[in-house]
Design a protein around this ligand. Structure first.
Ligand code: SAM
Length: 272
């Protein structure tokens, strides 16, 4: 596998530019479940300076502002930044790359990245950048999905593609989607970047989607890499995958909604 960080970045950026509203509807209620564990992991207190990296629609930034922090949210998608600014007019958001943050050294008491690291071509650079912008004693935390055997939303889709489709489509090669879905890899990443006392905990999360095609639509219209995988399938194959998804979510359906387990890891460390 030859990684293509620049091509991968362009592919991700083009994808995120298209989907702020769809992401907000489909994923917002899910990724928001990691906010309090992240803010607790960095021990955020009133009056502290706080950076939300890959802030998307700005959920963590807004929650940190509610805790009384001085907050900046940074995302490389101008469309996401605009969406976040509309949702949270009292919080500051700015365009910027997680791998080259547009911030000086040692500025923040705390920083987090909620489900951002798995979208980066060079996540090691982003971990170094988070370290650089924190003051000594500052804390950093990130969240990632648990593996597909536990995050059923991903597991069901990947299984359906394995069964009916072509899992190795031509997309710009990025790091493995589930690379950090492993407590040891999270700790290793933090230690290599210079953080001390890394700690990793699992957070239970539930994804509530419309019954029937809710999962298929969310993955096809409101993601980047998984959407790329689905959209690259032939139409007849895509229909089979869709049918497979409808059948697979049935046992998780209650009335008009599907409820899927989507646990996350929350990893944190301190700059000492
Ligand atoms: C899964 S969303 C997470 C959004 C948000 N943190 C949340 O809590 O839901 C990933 C976000 O990472 C952003 N992103 C991806 N690569 C990035 C990069 N290199 N630098 C900054 N932001 C990036 C995307 O634009 C998108 O908003």
């Amino acid at each position: 596998m030859i990684l293509e960080p620049e091509k991968f970045r362009s592919f991700e950026l083009a994808g995120w530019q298209e989907i702020p509203a769809g992401y907000h509807d489909a994923f917002g209620p899910l990724t928001s479940q990691a906010i309090e564990p992240l803010l607790d992991a960095v021990r955020l207190k009133k009056g502290q300076s706080f950076l939300d990296i890959a802030s998307g629609p700005g959920y963590v930034a807004a929650a940190a502002a509610k805790r009384g922090a001085t907050v900046l949210g940074i995302d490389f998608s101008a469309a996401m930044v605009a969406h976040a600014q509309r949702l949270h007019p009292g919080v500051e958001f700015r365009d910027g790359d997680a791998e080259a943050l547009p911030c000086g050294n040692g500025l923040f008491d705390a920083a987090v990245m909620n489900f951002g690291i798995l979208h980066l071509g060079q996540p090691e650079k982003a971990l170094l950048e988070a370290y650089r912008v924190l003051r000594t004693g500052g804390r950093f935390a990130f969240s990632v999905w648990a593996g597909p055997e536990e995050t059923l939303g991903f597991g069901i889709v990947l299984h359906a593609v394995e069964l009916h489709g072509e899992p190795r489509v031509e997309l710009p090669e990025g790091p493995p989607f589930f690379r950090y879905s492993d407590a040891d890899e999270c700790k290793r990443g933090l230690l290599v970047a210079g953080f001390e006392s890394p700690s990793v905990t699992k957070v239970a999360q539930t994804w509530r989607l419309p019954a029937g095609d809710g999962l298929f639509n969310a993955m096809k219209d409101s993601t980047v890499r998984t959407a790329g995988l689905l959209r690259a399938q032939k139409p007849t194959v895509l229909q089979k995958i869709r049918d497979e998804l409808r059948a697979s979510v049935e046992k998780y359906t209650k009335g008009d909604f599907v409820e899927l387990p989507m646990p996350a890891w929350v990893a944190s460390g301190q700059k000492t």
